[in-house]
Design a protein around this ligand. Structure first.
Ligand code: 5GP
Length: 140
């Protein structure tokens, strides 16, 4: 059964400009912005502007643009954060760990011997997110 796209999900509202975000990159098809509850400094989300819930129901053409943008952001985050590696997460449906029902890739900088932080539910300081976004924007 196909589940309808929820126009009121948080990322749809960010795309419509109804909620703020700390933007890192934007083009006609893609928006990338800082995760508000980061699992590491520099944790960035990459989303398509076209509505799609999951990897299962996204149009292939939109998915192609999304994965290429994710690569672009991963390169920029790795350079900007001087990271040793990058973890990319993508969750589908609540059973698969998805909280926001608009498809997104998590781009998370990683460092040797540093564990990923858990989902603390703690919002990051807005000024710190803005500073990190500037660093990433400078190399994207
Ligand atoms: P997922 O759906 O893949 O489990 O994760 C959703 C992600 O979106 C979480 O990492 C969460 O911190 C992030 N998030 C939730 N609400 C907002 C928001 O309003 N703004 C931003 N920038 N990130 C959000």
């Amino acid at each position: 059964m196909t589940v309808a796209y929820d126009n009121q999900n948080i990322f749809a509202r960010i795309l419509r400009g109804e909620l703020p975000c700390t933007k890192v990159y934007e083009d006609d098809d893609i928006l990338a912005f800082m995760d508000i509850m980061p699992r590491a400094d520099g944790h960035t989300l990459v989303i398509p502007k076209m509505p799609a819930r999951t990897l299962i129901d996204i149009q292939p053409e939109t998915l192609s643009k999304l994965i290429l943008a994710t690569q672009k952001i991963a390169k920029a985050v790795k350079i900007a954060m001087r990271a040793d590696g990058i973890t990319v997460h993508q969750f589908n449906e609540s059973a698969g760990g998805q909280v926001v029902p608009h498809i997104h890739f998590h781009v998370i900088p990683r460092f040797e011997d540093v564990e990923l932080k858990g989902h603390t539910g703690k919002m990051a300081d807005a000024a710190i997110l803005a500073e990190l976004a500037e660093r990433i924007k400078a190399v994207v």
